[in-house]
Design a protein around this ligand. Structure first.
Ligand code: NAP
Length: 310
C-alpha cells in the first residue's frame, strides 16, 4: 500500500481526496493532523506544512508541492536536505495564470483604470486607444506559466517579449536572457508581467532600476511572488508618474497589512494571491503520474533543482 499525507491550511482536503481516488484508487490518502502511523507515509503533499512535519516522516520518498513555487517547502528549517521535491506543473494552473496576465494587461491597455475614475465623477470622457500591434508586453520568466502568458498575449496581437535565465527561442516571442537582457526588454515594453520563481537572483528584481528602464507611464503586473517587488520603489514610480499603474496579486507580507499604502493607492489594483489556484481534479493527474514514476524507479518529472533554486 502506498500512502500519501496531505498538509495544507488552505487547500480543499475533500476535493484532493476525491481527485486522487479517481486518478490512483490504490493510493491511501491521509490528511494532517490525522496522519496515523507516520512511518507508513510514502509521499507528502504540502503547502506551508507545519515546520518539522516532513522531517517526522521517516520513510517519505518525495515531497510534492501544492504550488508551482517551492518556497513554502524550503522555508522549513528542518526539511531533510536530500529529499526530492516535485514542483506542480499543471496546464490548468498555467491557463489560470495566463487569464490573469491577459486581464491585467487589457485592464490598462483598454484604459479601464481611467474609465473607472471618470465614472466615479459622472464624466463621459473618451480616451484615444493605443494601436495593439505597436504595443509591447514583456514577460519575466518564460517557463510553464510564462510561456502560456506569452502565447495568449501574442494571440491578442501584442508584440511579445520574454526573459529567461538561459537563451530560449519561442515562436512569436522576442526572447531575451540574462541580466543585460532584462533591461534591454524593459526599455521596449509598456507592460511587464512577472511570472518568475523567487530565487536569490530574482528577489527584489522589480526595483527602481527596472522601473526607470521602462518607457514613462508603463504598467507592471506581478503574479509571481511578493518578494520580487521592492514596495517603496513601486510607490515612488507610481507617485512620480514613471509608472501608470500596477496590478499585484502577491506581496512581501501576506495577508497585506491593513495599513499598507497599496490598499488605498489609486494606481494600485490588487487581489489576495488568487491568480492561480491548484484545482485538485486537474493537479491530481500530475501527482499520480509522478508517484507512479517514483514507484517504478524513474525520476519524477518537474523536480525542483536545488542548484538553480527553482
Ligand atoms: P518554471 O516553469 O520553472 O519557469 C521559470 C522561468 O523563470 C524560466 O523561464 C526560467 O528561465 C526563468 N528564470 C528563473 N530564474 C531566472 C533568472 N535569474 N533570470 C531570468 N529568468 C529566470 O516556473 P513556472 O511553473 O512558470 O512558475 C513561475 C512562478 O510563478 C512560480 O515559481 C510561482 O512563484 C509563481 N506562481 C504564482 C501563483 C499565484 O497564484 N500568484 C500561482 C502559480 C505560480 P529558464 O527558462 O532559462 O530556466
Amino acid at each position: 500500500m502506498t500512502t500519501i499525507l496531505m498538509a495544507s491550511h488552505q487547500d480543499p482536503v475533500d476535493l484532493w481526496r476525491d481527485a486522487l481516488a479517481m486518478e490512483m484508487p490504490e493510493l491511501e490518502f491521509r490528511a494532517h493532523p490525522d496522519g496515523g502511523n507516520l512511518a507508513e507515509i510514502d509521499y507528502a503533499l504540502v503547502y506551508w506544512a507545519p515546520h518539522g512535519l516532513i522531517a517526522s516522516l521517516p520513510n517519505v520518498k518525495a515531497v510534492l508541492s501544492i504550488a508551482a513555487g517551492c518556497d513554502h517547502i524550503l522555508a522549513d528549517p528542518q526539511l531533510p536536505p536530500h529529499l526530492p521535491i516535485v514542483r506542480m506543473v499543471d496546464d490548468f494552473l498555467a491557463a489560470m495564470m495566463a487569464e490573469y496576465a491577459v486581464y491585467g494587461v487589457l485592464h490598462f491597455h483598454r484604459d479601464m483604470h481611467y474609465y473607472r475614475r471618470e465614472q466615479l465623477q459622472s464624466q463621459w470622457s473618451r480616451a484615444w486607444p493605443l494601436y495593439t500591434p505597436d504595443t509591447s508586453v514583456g514577460i519575466l520568466g518564460l517557463g510553464a506559466i510564462g510561456g502560456d502568458c506569452a502565447r495568449k498575449l501574442g494571440a491578442l496581437g501584442f508584440q511579445v517579449h520574454g526573459w529567461s535565465r538561459g537563451p530560449k527561442s519561442m515562436e512569436g516571442v522576442i526572447c531575451h536572457h540574462g541580466p543585460d537582457g532584462l533591461l534591454e526588454m524593459a526599455r521596449q515594453c509598456r507592460y511587464l508581467v512577472c511570472v518568475l520563481p523567487l530565487t536569490g537572483e530574482t528577489r527584489g528584481i522589480i526595483n527602481e532600476r527596472l522601473i526607470s528602464a521602462m518607457p514613462k507611464g508603463g504598467f507592471i503586473i506581478n503574479i509571481a511572488r511578493g518578494g520580487h517587488q521592492v514596495d517603496d520603489d513601486l510607490l515612488a514610480g507610481l507617485d512620480s508618474g514613471q509608472l501608470g499603474g500596477v496590478f499585484l496579486d502577491v506581496f512581501n507580507q501576506e495577508p497585506l497589512p491593513s495599513e499598507h499604502p497599496f490598499w488605498q493607492h489609486e494606481k494600485v489594483w490588487l487581489t489576495p494571491h488568487v491568480a492561480g489556484e491548484l484545482m485538485p481534479r486537474s493537479c491530481a493527474k500530475s501527482v499520480a503520474a509522478n508517484i507512479r514514476r517514483i514507484e517504478a524507479g524513474e525520476p519524477a518529472l518537474d523536480l525542483f533543482d536545488k542548484e538553480r533554486g527553482y
